[in-house]
Write a protein that binds this ligand. Structure first.
Ligand SMILES: NC(=O)c1ccc[n+]([C@@H]2O[C@H](COP(=O)([O-])OP(=O)(O)OC[C@H]3O[C@@H](n4cnc5c(N)ncnc54)[C@H](OP(=O)(O)O)[C@@H]3O)[C@@H](O)[C@H]2O)c1
Length: 229
C-alpha cells in the first residue's frame, strides 16, 4: 500500500505535535516533511509531499499556499484568526489546488454546524453563542464561534449579538448555542476533550483531500460531500 506522504507546517506547536502523533499512529500515512519555522525550504523534498497540513499562524499562510501550489500539492489548513486578506488568499489558491480550511476540524462541530440549520424553525427566539478556551489562545472570539455565528445568522436570517468569549485554564474548547424564548431554553453544546480530536479530523481531511479536484473545501465536505445537505 502506498502511504500518503504528509508535510506539517508549525510542527513544533501544540497542534503540530498532536498531528505528528496521529500521523504516526495511522498505517496509511507517513510523516514525510515536518517543517519547522525558519527551516531552509527544500523544494525537491516538497515535490514528493502528497498533502500539507498547516496549523501555524495567519502570517505563514501566503508562503504555505505559494509553496504548495508550486507542486500542485493540496493543503489542509486549521489556522484561525484570519482576516478577509487570508480568506481571499484561500479562495485564490483554491483555483489551482485543493484547499480545505476549517476553524474547527472536529467531526462533532461539523455536525453541529449542520444542526444549526434546524433553528430556522424557531428564528423568532433570542440566540447567544458562548465559547470557552485555554488562557494561551490568541484569537477571541474563537474561529469556531465565528463560523457558528455565520451559520446561525444564515439559518435564522437576522443579525445576532457577538459571541461571549471566556478564557481560562487549560480548556481545549467548549462552544454553546443558546436558543431562548419566554417558555423554553434550548442549548446545543460541544466540548473538545483533548487536542487529538482536531488532529484526527485534520488527518482524515488530508486523506480525503488528496483525491479531490482544486477547490475550496471545509471539514463538513468530508462528512457530507461538497454542496450536499
Ligand atoms: N481548526 C482547528 O480545529 C484548530 C484547533 C486548534 C487550534 N487551531 C488553530 O491552529 C493554530 C495553531 O495553534 P497552536 O495551539 O498549535 O499554536 P502554537 O502552539 O503557537 O503553534 C503554532 C506553530 O506555528 C509556528 N508558526 C507560527 N508562525 C509561523 C510562521 N509565520 N511561519 C512558520 N511557522 C509559524 C510556530 O512556530 P514557533 O514554535 O517557532 O513559534 C508553532 O510551531 C492557531 O491559529 C489555533 O487557533 C485550530
Amino acid at each position: 500500500m502506498k502511504k500518503t506522504k504528509i508535510g506539517v507546517v508549525g510542527v513544533s506547536g501544540r497542534m503540530g505535535q498532536e498531528i505528528v502523533k496521529v500521523i504516526e499512529a495511522n498505517p496509511r500515512c507517513e510523516l514525510f516533511y515536518p517543517l519547522h519555522r525558519d527551516e531552509k525550504w527544500d523544494s525537491k523534498k516538497a515535490a514528493k509531499v502528497d498533502v500539507w497540513i498547516d496549523f501555524s499562524s495567519p502570517e505563514a499562510l501566503k508562503d504555505v499556499l505559494k509553496r504548495a501550489a508550486e507542486h500542485k500539492t493540496p493543503v489542509v489548513c486549521g489556522t484561525t484568526g484570519f482576516s478577509k486578506k487570508e480568506k481571499d488568499l484561500l479562495s485564490q489558491y483554491a483555483k489551482k489546488i485543493p484547499v480545505l480550511w476549517s476553524s474547527n476540524m472536529s467531526l462533532g462541530v461539523a455536525v453541529l454546524n449542520e444542526a444549526l440549520k434546524s433553528l430556522s424553525a424557531i428564528s423568532h427566539f433570542d440566540f447567544q453563542i458562548e465559547e470557552l478556551h485555554h488562557n494561551r489562545k490568541k484569537d477571541k472570539p474563537s474561529g469556531t464561534a465565528i463560523t457558528l455565528q455565520e451559520n446561525l445568522e444564515k439559518a435564522v436570517q437576522k443579525k445576532l449579538p457577538e459571541p461571549v468569549a471566556i478564557r481560562g485554564g487549560g480548556i481545549f474548547g467548549v462552544h454553546k448555542i443558546y436558543s431562548m424564548s419566554d417558555e423554553e431554553v434550548l442549548v446545543f453544546e460541544h466540548t473538545a476533550l483533548n487536542r487529538t480530536v482536531f488532529a484526527k479530523g485534520a488527518v482524515q481531511a488530508a486523506e480525503w483531500l488528496v483525491k479531490q479536484k482544486p477547490g475550496l473545501y471545509q471539514i463538513r465536505d468530508v462528512l457530507f460531500g461538497k454542496n450536499k445537505a
